[in-house]
Ligand binder design. Structure first.
Ligand code: AMP
Length: 393
């Protein structure tokens, strides 16, 4: 098992805290601070116990060391606003003189945020020397960086190896509880709902889920490769011809296991995404694309959703960003929200889709990680999660 934050007395300790503060920043302004606010419970818990906290995160993908547009300075400013009464200190480097002198001057109940971890090129390489430097920032390693646990990066995987005490923060604790522990022994029937643009992005999760679940429904752009594989006409809908073999193999496996494998039976079609008059149709003509699921499909999926005790959902049912193609995603979100099942939604766009439908408060768990959620749901071993289990023994 892994050790949770509350299972160790962090009072007055020096803590290195790995966070995921990878927020969208444009011209120095934060466009969406939800990752910062999501990290607050763990930060507050540590500060209230008078820990001296050295926090670190990555932001974006700087390629060759420091680059001002990827600085965490705006994040430090926002953190200070969100933590009134707390001294939030910002270091201009990661493991340089500024960081270490500010870390040693840190008083109990104070927070130091380091500059972007990826300004150190060793971070993404999983460099052990960088990890050894990170070790010097504290005696306790706490992680809440769920968005990064699928990477064997220095601060995620190598650094915690060097600490005696390694703890999961509140965010990670919930993610592991729902995406790993619960799904290893799901309440059945266990139903998976997958959408989004491409089959190719979701092959590992599809291959894994088809072995585990009691039913699958596929919609969104990826459904059209499956329909094509079944011999149906898909017009100009998104089609990944190189994925047709994989799609066929997945459907064959579902048939061998005798589980329902649902695909759209009707669609909302249009001649282009900009077309203001979408049409509901069971067929897709040669000059049209399908951008949403139709009413019969909504009813078909909803009936299956009703029977489920565990539901995993990733990816919108259609081009939900556009009003004309939103209904499928909204109706399915409502159907999911209405069940008493354990409802787990993972991945960036799925989260926006749930918000568009306004049902986010009726979902058991909305995962904050994109790639990390999918890999954990698929049952993969993630470096940043495995190390927590190893250290929690
Ligand atoms: P993903 O990031 O793979 O979950 O894909 C999300 C994207 O898939 C969204 O931007 C949707 O607009 C897009 N999408 C969903 N359904 C379709 C469709 N039928 N045709 C084209 N794009 C779609």
């Amino acid at each position: 098992m892994f050790k949770k934050l509350k299972e160790y007395d962090v009072s007055n300790k020096r803590v290195f805290l790995r966070l995921d503060l990878n927020v969208p920043v444009k011209e120095g302004k934060i466009k969406d601070d939800s990752r910062i606010t999501a990290a607050l419970p763990t930060i507050r818990y540590l500060l209230e116990r008078n820990a001296r906290v050295v926090a670190a995160s990555h932001l974006g993908r700087p390629k060759n060391g420091p680059a001002p547009e990827f600085s965490l300075a705006p994040v430090a400013k926002r953190l200070a606003e969100l933590l009134p009464g707390t001294d939030v200190v910002f270091a201009g480097d990661v493991v340089g003189d500024d960081a270490f002198s500010k870390a040693s001057a840190l008083k109990e109940g104070e927070l130091l945020l380091l500059e972007n971890l990826r300004f150190e090129t060793g971070e993404t390489k999983g460099d052990e020397e960088l990890a050894a430097k990170i070790r010097k920032f504290g005696d306790v390693y706490v992680t809440d960086a769920f968005g990064a646990v699928h990477r064997a990066h220095a601060s995620v995987f190598q650094a915690p190896k060097l600490f005696d005490v390694v703890l999961a923060g509140f965010l990670i604790e919930k993610e592991i509880q729902y995406l790993k522990e619960n799904l290893e022994k799901p309440e059945r029937p266990y139903f998976a709902l997958l959408g989004g643009a491409k089959v190719s992005d979701k092959i590992p999760i599809l291959k894994s889920l088809v072995e585990k679940v009691d039913g699958i429904a596929i919609a969104g752009g990826m459904a059209y490769t499956f329909l094509y594989a079944r011999g149906e006409k898909v017009g100009r809908s998104i089609l990944e011809t190189e994925m047709v073999g994989t799609a066929t193999a997945i459907m064959k496996r579902a048939a061998e296991r005798g589980i329902p494998f649902l695909l759209p039976v009707d669609h909302v079609i249009a001649s282009s995404m900009e077309d203001p008059v979408p049409t509901e149709s069971a067929k897709i003509d040669d000059n049209s694309s399908a951008f949403d699921i139709g009413p019969k499909t909504i009813a078909l999926f909803a009936a299956e959703i009703k029977k489920a005790k565990t539901i995993v959902w990733n990816g919108p049912m259609g081009v939900f960003e556009k009003e004309q193609f939103r209904k499928g995603t909204v109706e399915i979100a409502k159907a999911v929200a209405d069940t008493g099942a354990v409802k787990i939604v993972g991945g960036g766009d799925s989260v926006s889709a749930i918000k568009v439908a306004g049902v986010e408060n009726r979902i058991t768990h909305i995962s904050t990680g994109g790639g990390a959620s999918l890999e954990l749901i698929a049952g993969d071993k993630l470096p940043g999660v495995e190390i927590l289990y190893e250290k929690g023994q």
